[in-house]
Design a binder for this molecule. Structure first.
Ligand code: HEC
Length: 71
């Protein structure tokens, strides 16, 4: 994973239940990542994140794993 703010949070949190490959292969925009996190918390029993932590995670994912980057 590319270095950047939020990398460690994504690494440790998201890997707790599934491989990071499932995260890296997505390529979503900011809004969809946000929805994915909500879904993860509400339906997949992921612990709720602190607001600052959540923002950091969404920023990281949207920066490095967005559709734009894939094109
Ligand atoms: C408490 C467990 C748990 C944690 C923590 C967790 N996930 Fe998940 N996640 C799941 C489960 C279970 C699935 C598979 C759901 C299914 O396909 O039925 C999943 C699936 C996914 C998928 C695939 C969605 C799809 O459309 O196929 C993505 C993307 C994802 N998680 C992202 C994340 C990210 C990003 C994080 C960290 C911020 C995270 N997950 C943390 C449980 C978790």
């Amino acid at each position: 994973m590319p270095p950047g703010a939020g990398r460690e949070e994504v690494f440790y949190l998201c890997q707790a239940c599934h491989s990071l490959a499932i995260v890296k292969q997505q390529g979503l925009n900011r809004e969809s990542w946000d929805e994915t996190l909500t879904w993860m918390v509400e339906e997949q029993e992921m612990p709720e994140m602190e607001p600052e932590e959540r923002t950091l995670i969404v920023e990281y994912l949207a920066t490095y794993y967005s559709q734009k980057r894939r094109r």
